[in-house]
Each structure stands twice: as C-alpha cells, then as structure tokens.
Ligand binder design. Structure first.
Ligand SMILES: Cc1ncc(COP(=O)(O)O)c(C=O)c1O
Length: 439
C-alpha cells in the first residue's frame, strides 16, 4: 500500500486542491480495491458502497461478466482509429434497442455526459439557427463544459454551426404552469431529467413528461431526456421514458451504460431527426468514442441486467430501502425533511448541508459510503443512497440500522453545534491549508 503515502498532499499540489481539503476534513482514505457492493481502502478497511460514484457502478464493482467481456475485447481489439466503426457498436445497438422508446433510430457516441450536451447544442444551432431559447429545469444537471467551439482557432469549424443558442430559461422542476409559460416564446429545445437527480432528487407529477412532449410538438421544439442517472434500473425502470410511453427526440445515456467498466456516453436519436443529423456538416457524435472495448462493456452490462432480473430487483429493493429510510428518519423531522426518490434513486433530504456532513461522517465511521453533495449549494441536500442494483436486504438493513444510530447521535448534539457544522460546510474551502492538514 506504500504507493498511497502522501497521496492527498500530491492531490493538493497537482490535481484538485478543494478535493484534497474535503478528503482531509472527512479523513477519507483512497479506494484500493472494489468488488460487488464492497470497497476496500488503502488500509484494508472494508466499506459498503451505497454511493457507487453517484450511480456509475450500477452493477457493483468489477462484475465478473463485464470484466471478462472487457478483457476479451482488450486482447482482441481494444481501440479502433477515429472515424471508423466496429461490429461491437452494432452489438451494443442491438442490445439497447429493445429497451428504447419506439422509433429511436440513431446511436451517437461520446465519452461523457457533458459531451452529449455539447453535441446536442451544436445540433440545435444547426437545426433552428433563429431560435435562441433553451428551456431547462432549475437544479437540472447536464454537464460542465464551456464552449470549446467558441475558442476554436480553425474558424471553419465554428462557422459551420454558428453561435451556440444562448437564451437559457430555467423553470421549477415538475411545475406545469411555468413550463407552459416558458413556451410563450419559440423554444429550440427542452432538456429534462425524467427524475431530477443530484442532491435535489424529485419525482415529477404524473403526466409531466407527456406535457413536455405535447408542448414541444406544438412548436416543433426538440425534447431532450437526460437519463444519465435514471436509466438502466437506477430509478426502477430500464428507461424512465419508455415506461411512461413518452418518446424524446434525443435521449442521453451514460453512467450505468457500461456498468462502470468504461467511460462512455451516447445520444440516441428519434427517426424524425435522421435527415437533420445526416445534414450536419460534421459527425453528430465524437468519432473517437464508442470504442470496441467500451461497447462490449455496454453489451455485457445489459446482458447482466437482463439475466439477473435486476430491474425487478431494483424496484423491490428500492421500495424496501425507502420503507426502511422512512421508518428510521421519522422520529427526526427537524433533521430529515423527506425521503424522496424512485427505485434505487433515493436518499434523505437534510434540513441543511451541516446535517448532511454530520450524517456522512457518522456513516463513514460505520464503514458505509454514501453520495454527498460537494459544490451544488443545495439548501436542503439529499444525501444519496445509491447502492448497486443487486443490493441485498441484509445490506439495506445494515445501512438503515447504522443510519438510525447516527441520527440518534446527531440529534443528541446541541443545536449550536449543528449550526456550526452548517456554517463550516458553507465555508469549507476558505480556511488556511495548515488547518485542513490538522483535521
Ligand atoms: C443527469 C446527468 N447529466 C449529465 C451529467 C454529466 O456527465 P459527465 O460528468 O460525464 O460529463 C451527469 C453527471 O453526473 C448527470 O448526472
């Protein structure tokens, strides 16, 4: 384990100062090995992983079937040259296709979710250059990149697509009236997560996605569903939009797509966009993405979901997890405001970020990893419980029992201490470095 010595000093110096601060405050160690729902740290300490990197490790860590598929493809042909195609991409399409809404006909690769957004913004500029308005949900998340085309020195490339659509209108998630209002002006596209994720987990009211579809249809606007977090069983369905019978024009997939064994994302497009996509001056996707090894990971992940009946299991385990979380949090309404979610996309909504931090630290002492918010500045963050879909009742019980004892400890602390933790969380990056090293 000697390679881990000084890791956080190096993290501080070379990569990510704020992450190093968080690691020091929370006494976080580095993950050295992981299998199934268990993570082993640099000191050999074992954790139950109910964070799964915010949903990436949907099928648990190092699933044997996916690792075997990746290994075999790596030994055969891991990568192909940019711009060429490989049968693995077709195999992935064939595996995905039965789970998609009707009439989805195109598969366009990327490496990250942010890239899916970038590609889509390019498509929008090309399709409706006169429409500037993009409607998104408040607290939605579609990536963090910033306009690479704008700084492209080869002006021919940026000239092909014109300016990026700039007028972004944010509407409260799930609110029909605000959504209607946003469509008073011509809308180029509406981006929605079928269940709002991050530390804001919110299930929309029934009919919201269909209403979004209808509004887009009245104006010939593009409807984009970002299922990067919800799909592949996280929210208890293979695809949320398919289950609700609403076809988007574009669908984003990533995270669980490869069971966490390769970085890959894709945009799936409806057949009504085929001509527009074909008329793009450059490829819609990233010609370097969709490598054979990533596609084979995707095929294997979908097979695992099917063969292990993981969607049904996620629904049942999700219902059980929420039932247990509701029961253990009920005595503490001043600390936990709600247990929102659907399927295994759930968590506890904390009265303030200081509570989230205290619960996180308490659960860490009990050897349990949860998904916490770092920089989202949520007033009432949802501390996320995102176990692998194969989670067992015993594992859920262990986590719920641990939460019960941590909540009792937190509730017993004086109110001023809880307020201090809230103040501390808000200023967590603002202290001198030596203080974090003491922590
Ligand atoms: C719903 C959603 N969309 C987009 C993204 C951005 O993906 P990436 O971090 O791969 O760029 C994320 C990342 O967490 C996400 O959860």
């Amino acid at each position: 384990m000697s390679g881990y010595t000084g890791l956080y000093d190096q993290c501080d110096q070379y990569w990510n100062t704020s992450a190093a601060k968080i690691y020091r405050i929370s006494h976080k160690t580095a993950e050295a090995e992981a299998h199934g729902a268990e993570v082993v740290d640099e000191n050999g300490r074992r954790f139950l992983d109910f964070a799964c990197s915010y949903g990436v490790f949907l099928l648990g860590h190092t699933h044997k079937q996916i690792v075997a598929a990746v290994t075999e493809q790596t030994l055969t042909l891991a990568m192909r040259p940019a711009g060429t195609r490989h049968p693995s991409a077709i195999a992935l399409w064939n595996a995905l296709q039965p789970w998609l809404p009707p009439s989805m006909s195109g598969l366009h690769f990327a490496h990250t979710g942010s890239e899916c957004s970038e590609m889509t913004l390019r498509l929008i500029s090309h399709r409706s250059p006169d429409r500037r308005r993009i409607v998104v949900a408040e607290n939605g998340y579609h990536g963090k990149t910033l306009a690479a085309l704008d700084i492209m020195g080869q002006s021919g490339h940026s000239a092909l697509f014109g300016a990026s659509p700039a007028e972004v209108v944010r509407v409260p998630y799930g609110d029909a009236e605000s959504l209607n209002y946003a469509f008073q002006e011509p809308v180029a596209a509406l981006f929605l997560e079928p269940v709002l994720g991050g530390p804001f987990i919110t299930v929309p009211p029934a009919g919201y996605l269909q209403m979004a579809r209808d509004l887009c249809d009245t104006q010939d606007s593009l409807l984009v569903f970002d299922e990067i977090q919800t799909a592949f069983g996280r929210a208890g369905e293979m695809m949320e939009c398919t289950t609700q019978g609403v076809s988007p024009d574009l669908l984003f997939l990533s995270k669980g797509l490869t069971g966490g064994c390769a970085a890959m994302a894709c945009v799936v497009s409806h057949e009504r966009l085929s001509e527009t996509i074909a008329s793009l001056p450059e490829e819609f996707g990233n010609p370097r993405a969709g490598q054979p090894v990533a596609c084979e990971a995707g095929v294997a992940a979908i097979r695992v979901i099917e063969e292990e009946n993981l969607i049904q299991r996620a629904r049942e385990s999700g219902a059980y997890l929420r039932e247990r979380l509701l029961a253990v949090t009920a005595p503490y309404p001043e600390i936990i405001l709600d247990v929102p979610g659907k399927g295994l996309m759930t968590g506890v909504k904390c009265a303030h970020p200081g509570i989230e931090l205290m619960l996180l630290m308490g659960m860490d002492k009990q050897n349990i990893h949860l998904g916490y918010s770092l920089n989202e500045a949520a007033a009432h963050p949802v501390l996320r419980f995102y176990p692998p879909l194969s989670v067992t009742r015993e594992q859920i019980d262990r986590v719920a029992d641990a939460l019960a004892s941590v909540l009792a400890e937190v509730a017993a602390r004086p109110a001023f201490m809880r307020r201090f933790m809230n103040w501390f969380t808000k200023h967590k990056y603002g202290f001198p470095d030596w203080l974090y090293k003491l922590a």
